[in-house]
Design a binder for this molecule. Structure first.
Ligand SMILES: Cc1cc2nc3c(=O)[nH]c(=O)nc-3n(C[C@H](O)[C@H](O)[C@H](O)COP(=O)(O)OP(=O)(O)OC[C@H]3O[C@@H](n4cnc5c(N)ncnc54)[C@H](O)[C@@H]3O)c2cc1C
Length: 291
């Protein structure tokens, strides 16, 4: 049973941030409630005031701003999976969103809730990293922008200040000709591992690559050294390089054993799935559907 709760329904970012300031630690932002209500029911989080952000119109839109996509923090996983703009400009993100949990969580849960909760076993952040995503954080004091990689601090920890909200996520489209893929491994609903890749390929050679891994460590991460190493290689060599990169993954990602898999299994599978994701992007670049 939940205690009686006060529900505040601001219609502007300013009002929402003011409510967080006025009620202090007793208030929590409430978006879809997929995580929040679960934690409250299990007694893992106490709160007296829910600041419901679903009436803040700016958080609910997916728009094109001339050079990139803006996805409001309140947009649901299902909306992102099906939005024509996302399918066109960031197809790997649309696919990742379509894989989140189950239809109930996809209809209820929002992009903002997912990124702000920062459970390590999440999908969207990994793909957003290959789109050089930035986040807009806002409060009654103003707004600021951060790269997604800087927003993520550690598992369940982000750069949000107590009076701040995540307002929107901006994604850059991939350069013309670059193809992307997202591959995930799961035994239960939450992913054990998720990898995102994007490549620009000429004459079967990878000219430029972007790689990111999620779920293995405390937060999703880009793999800049590996991106460099596989540039100029063909698929078979790139596969060998990523499979051999276990020490690099271990140092960068700091994997732990958990209920979803052992650290060594996750490290091994990271190389395998990155190879599969690279193959998908290269096949797509050659005009073939991924197998
Ligand atoms: C059974 C289950 C399976 C799942 N499987 C997956 C999966 O396969 N892949 C995956 O990626 N995720 C998975 N998830 C996580 C799911 O995606 C998140 O629960 C969901 O996206 C959270 O969104 P929400 O709107 O419900 O957030 P809420 O529960 O409303 O909020 C979550 C947290 O974020 C804060 N918050 C929310 N919005 C904002 C904002 N705009 N600004 C600042 N703080 C904010 C809240 O205060 C709270 O602390 C799963 C969850 C469940 C319950």
């Amino acid at each position: 049973m939940l205690n009686e709760l006060k529900l505040v329904q601001p219609t502007t970012l300013y009002e929402a941030s003011k409510a967080l300031t006025d009620y202090g630690e007793s208030a929590k932002i409430y978006a879809g409630g997929a995580e929040l209500l679960l934690l409250m029911r299990q007694g893992l989080m106490q709160t007296e005031v829910l600041v419901d952000v679903k009436k803040i119109e700016r958080l609910q839109r997916v728009t094109w701003n001339g050079n990139g996509v803006r996805a409001g923090a309140g947009v649901t996983h299902r909306e992102l999976a099906t939005a024509p703009l996302i399918r066109e400009q960031a197809p790997a993100l649309a696919f990742a969103e379509s894989q989140v949990a189950n239809v109930r969580v996809r209809n209820q849960g929002t992009l903002g809730g997912n990124l702000c909760f920062n459970d390590p076993h999440s999908d969207p952040g990994t793909v957003l990293l290959i789109h050089d995503a930035t986040v807009t954080l806002g409060s009654h004091r103003g707004e600021r922008q951060l790269a997604l990689g800087e927003f993520y601090i550690d598992m369940y920890a982000t750069a949000l200040e107590p009076d701040e909200l995540l307002v929107e996520v901006k994604l850059s489209p991939l350069p013309a000709g670059m193809k992307s893929a997202y591959v995930r491994l799961h035994r239960y609903q939450r992913p054990t591992l998720g990898v995102a890749a994007a490549t620009m390929v000429k004459n079967d050679t990878i000219e430029e690559a972007r790689l990111a891994v999620g779920c293995v460590g405390p937060k999703a991460q880009r793999l800049p050294e590996l991106e460099e190493k596989i540039s100029g290689t063909k698929l078979n060599d790139a596969r060998r390089i990523v499979v051999d990169a276990k020490n690099y993954f271990r140092d960068l990602l700091r994997p732990v054993d958990d209920l979803l898999g052992s650290a060594s299994y996750k490290l091994y599978m990271t190389g395998v799935l990155l190879g599969d994701a690279l193959e998908q992007t290269i096949r797509a670049g050659n005009g073939k559907q991924a197998s």
